[in-house]
Design a protein. Structure first.
Length: 275
């Protein structure tokens, strides 16, 4: 019997594994955006504007991402109302509130000056998290972990909701509790590739910092960038990216002179463009 050639075997294996997402080759930096800092590891503050079940979730998110070799997070008292969740230069404000039936489950927003992140917010919509589907520790951990991860400059590792879970909160999924065959964990927390990607993003030092430098950063941004209400889609600017089912979207609002607002949206099922 004639054995198949090496080329035939390679082709067959390629077809067999085509539906399995790769965990080792993905690059999930979002446009190279990053916080300016002069050395690693750097410490980034999370403003605590959360209540109820979100308190322990925020601690988990902080502990998870602080395992990075280049980044440490610390939780500090927030200084904004959760409904407005106004940004503060040099840090990330994390808020939860019943933001209404506006469609989104969670959003992350970063303000940019050139390639540098100057401030960020994460908003968690209790209108949906108080429903039976999303009112679980797994969904809360996934969305908090993912939206805060975006504020470091991370994108998603995989954008197919029906693919096998990669065992990371930076993965699209319909079921955050499903165990990944790659690392034996579900999608509630970061995985090693997330930490490796942060090392890549923050490999080079900057000559200045945008971390916890409130006066300098506030002065660098036009007033309309920081005093507007960015809770609704009509205020997010241009849609630049979306998943096939429409449950993940990215918007960019360009203010000119290298200053932008980037909004990452996780829509609830039945909402977004996939509804």
């Amino acid at each position: 019997m004639k054995l198949p050639s090496a080329k035939v075997l390679v082709a067959a294996l390629t077809v067999a594994f085509a539906g399995i997402p790769s965990q080792t080759t993905a690059s999930h930096s979002w446009g190279g955006y990053h916080w300016a800092r002069t050395s690693n590891p750097f410490t980034l503050q999370l403003g605590n504007n959360v209540s109820g079940a979100w308190g322990s979730v925020l601690v988990t998110t902080k502990d998870d991402w602080s395992k990075s070799a280049v980044l440490d997070l610390t939780i500090v008292p927030g200084n904004t109302s959760p409904r407005q969740c106004k940004p503060r230069a040099g840090m990330v404000q994390v808020c939860n509130e019943r933001y209404g039936n506006n469609g989104w489950l969670g959003i992350a927003q970063i303000w940019l000056s050139g390639m540098h992140i100057t401030q960020g917010t994460t908003k968690l919509n209790d209108t949906y998290f108080n429903t039976a589907k999303y009112n679980t520790p797994a969904w809360r951990n996934l969305v908090s972990c993912q939206e805060v991860g975006h504020t470091f400059g991370l994108d998603h590792q995989d954008e197919n909701f029906s693919n096998t879970n990669l065992g990371t909160c930076m993965d699209y999924t319909n079921d955050p509790t499903a165990i990944s065959p790659f690392n034996g964990q579900d999608n509630e927390h970061p995985n090693q590739h997330d930490y490796d990607e942060l090392v890549t993003i923050y490999a080079h030092p900057d000559s200045s910092t945008t971390v916890a430098t409130i006066q300098a950063n506030a002065a660098a941004l036009p007033r309309e960038m920081v005093e507007h209400d960015y809770n609704v889609r009509s205020q997010w600017g241009k849609l630049v990216k979306e998943s096939k089912n429409g449950l993940k979207e990215v918007y960019v609002l360009d203010f000119g002179q290298g200053r932008k607002l980037v909004t990452f949206v996780r829509w609830a099922e039945g909402e977004g463009r996939g509804r």
